[in-house]
Design a protein. Structure first.
Length: 184
């Protein structure tokens, strides 16, 4: 159990440090996210019409439930807003609690990874294969999250690839750390 906890802490720290580096130093995340033109007019329209935090879409599902033909026509005509994550309240930028929660999530994920590796470690005795297990976790995470959103929510391919690359590199690095600790 001590090795699992150590793997959770060190693997989680590795994921966290990689995330900070990839978002703050490397250019590929900024390159895939666009600023809204005429930002103030859009923000004013959002404030005037959306009062609750939530995930919004257009065309909305309410019209689909009452008039599928109208929804289909709106969908074909566009625009399509697959996902607008909205919070009407402001917050401090780079709030420490966001990073603390992120580190905790990384540690939980690394701990789960270490637990899974410990269950099959006799089948993956080489260090290279244990690293590969981490890489495969990153690929799995990318497929079930970012690629699913690319497919169903029409998230742009460039954003999908950047976020997926981020996951795969992070989990390869975490796999290297966890694979050093969890061994036959």
């Amino acid at each position: 159990m001590q090795k699992i906890i150590l793997s959770a802490v060190l693997g989680g720290l590795t994921l966290f440090v990689w995330g900070v580096f990839s978002w703050m130093v490397l250019p590929f995340h900024k390159a895939t996210m666009k600023d809204m033109p005429n930002e103030q007019a859009i923000v004013e329209a959002l404030r005037a019409n959306l009062t609750e935090p939530g995930v919004y879409s257009y065309p909305g599902m309410a019209i689909y439930e009452t008039d599928e033909a109208a929804w289909t026509a709106q969908h074909k005509q566009g625009p399509i807003v697959s996902m607008l994550v909205y919070n009407p309240d402001g917050m401090e930028p780079m709030e420490p609690m966001v990073f603390i929660k992120g580190l905790c999530i990384d540690m939980l994920a690394a701990g789960l990874s270490a637990l899974m590796l410990a269950m099959v470690v006799s089948a993956v005795p080489s260090y290279g294969r244990r690293i590969l297990m981490g890489t495969m976790l990153g690929v799995f995470a990318a497929l079930v999250s970012h690629f699913m959103l690319w497919n169903y929510a029409m998230i742009p391919a460039g954003y999908t690839l950047a976020m997926s690359l981020d996951l795969v590199v992070g989990w390869t690095l975490a796999g290297a750390v966890i694979g050093k600790i969890i061994k036959p």
